[in-house]
Design a protein around this ligand. Structure first.
Ligand code: ADP
Length: 424
């Protein structure tokens, strides 16, 4: 039996048309606005489309014109349905690409028959001598609607940009404001916990536990404030790099040391490539470590217990392999560090968004702040900072993953490219 797509925003009309058409055996699918109508038409490939002309967003005429321009739908009859019967409506519908025009409210008795006529190939035409007049009028309508929408979009974009600037300013301000009291707390805490402090001399196990808890909390807060400051610096292009020769062996050793306990606690395996003959690069070593720390802590968090994390390195050398000496890399070449894990993976459609600040793939309600627990969330600043630092070096950072699957664990591969660089 024929399949009819009905594009209509009013539910009462949809129910009525559905009842009438289903009672004579048609299959009815529905959409509530122009864009979802186009999508439904492509997916469902209906035999006929009933198009309410007065729908939100793109109107029914424009939606009909768009559908008619799609290769696999240009033969599908579209019948306009409208309540506003005004002079020229019929011609307008035909000019937009509709086969014909029916008025609303529908005539329940005759409706199935009218639809059947269009299914069998009825096609109304605008008299030839009036065609160009209606075509021009239709073009003008579409263009003025387009101009209206472009203006709306421009205003919406400006509003978004203002909100984004305000958000950035707020982050910068909050980080600066938090820094001072935090420094004071941290300073007093160091006094309390210094080996020779009178408190430590008398401290019992409970006091030591409390001090330990405060220290952990303060360290976390410091990390967060540091991240907020880094995000601000990256956004304003004021991140200062202290470039010097950096040996990857040193970087990897530090990472291995930093994460030894964490991976052991999660029973994970960390395999780090031998950097053997790779000459040093000109970079900010601490910042390169920061990138890898962020990637590593994600790899640990999003990989189940017992999983595997690998760090590999390649030289990307515009020239034939082996043409560089073993002490320096030619200018213009790059190194690529790959951090791969056997974790839950990342959905394809989110692989770009995770580099945006505060972005989290999962619901914020599920958020459990943890640096190492399986699927423990963070503030969503790790990857934007890692990418920002890579880009400040003239490098890049992206991810490859076959998708998110906490059972099969397809894993994720982060590719970090850094230029060999040169002394400034
Ligand atoms: P967070 O502080 O939430 O970890 P990030 O910016 O470091 O923030 O990461 C953003 C999001 O990207 C994470 O919430 C997570 O959903 C996803 N993600 C990052 N790394 C991985 C990974 N190795 N495996 C799976 N998902 C990841």
């Amino acid at each position: 039996m024929p399949k009819i797509l009905y594009v209509e925003d009013h539910i009462a009309n949809r129910i009525l048309v559905r009842q009438v058409l289903e009672s004579v055996g048609y299959t009815v699918v529905e959409a509530t606005d122009g864009l979802s109508g186009i999508e439904a038409a492509q997916q469902e490939q209906p035999d006929l489309i009933l198009m309410d002309v007065d729908i939100p967003g793109m109107d029914g005429y424009e939606t009909a014109t768009r559908i008619k321009s799609l290769p696999n739908l240009n033969g599908t009859p579209i019948v306009a349905l409208t309540a506003q019967v005004m002079a020229g409506d019929r011609e307008r519908a035909l000019t937009a690409g509709c086969s014909g025009y029916l008025t609303k409210p529908i005539d329940v008795d005759r409706f199935p028959e009218q639809v059947a006529e269009f299914l069998e190939g009825r096609r109304d035409f605008v008299p030839r001598e009036q065609e160009s007049v209606y075509l021009r009028e239709y073009n003008e309508r579409v263009v003025s609607h387009l101009a209206e929408k472009v203006q709306e979009l421009t205003l919406a974009n400006e509003a978004l940009a203002r909100t984004d600037t305000m958000k950035s300013r707020f982050i910068a301000l909050a980080a600066h404001e938090l820094r001072t009291p935090l420094a004071a707390i941290s300073g007093y805490l160091s006094l309390l916990t210094a080996a020779d402090s009178p408190i430590m001399a008398q401290a019992d196990a409970k006091t030591l536990e409390v001090l330990d808890g405060i220290t952990t909390g303060v360290d976390r807060l410091k990390g967060l404030v540091q991240d907020m400051l880094d995000v601000t610096r990256i956004e304003t292009g004021t991140l200062q790099l202290r470039r010097a020769p950096v040996h990857l062996a040193w970087v990897f050793q530090k990472i291995q040391k930093d994460f030894a306990n964490v991976v052991a606690r999660r029973n994970q395996q960390l395999i780090v490539a031998d950097t053997g003959q790779i000459p040093p690069i000109w970079a900010d070593g601490e910042r390169v470590i920061q990138i890898l720390r962020n990637l590593m802590s994600n790899a640990v968090k999003y990989t189940p217990d017992g999983g595997k994390i690998e760090i590999n390195v390649e030289i990307l050398n515009g020239e034939p392999t082996g043409s560089h000496s073993s002490t320096t890399l030619p200018l213009g070449s790059y190194i690529k560090i790959i951090v791969s894990d056997s974790g839950v993976g990342i959905p394809a459609e989110q692989q770009e968004f995770i580099f945006e600040k505060f972005y989290e793939v999962r619901e914020i309600e599920l958020h459990s702040t943890s640096k190492i627990n399986f699927m423990g969330g963070g503030a969503g600043l790790g990857l934007p900072i890692a990418r920002g630092v890579a880009e400040a070096h003239g490098g890049s950072l992206w991810v490859e993953s076959e998708g998110f699957d906490p059972q099969a664990c397809p894993g994720s591969k982060f590719h970090l490219i850094l230029p060999v660089g040169e002394p400034l």
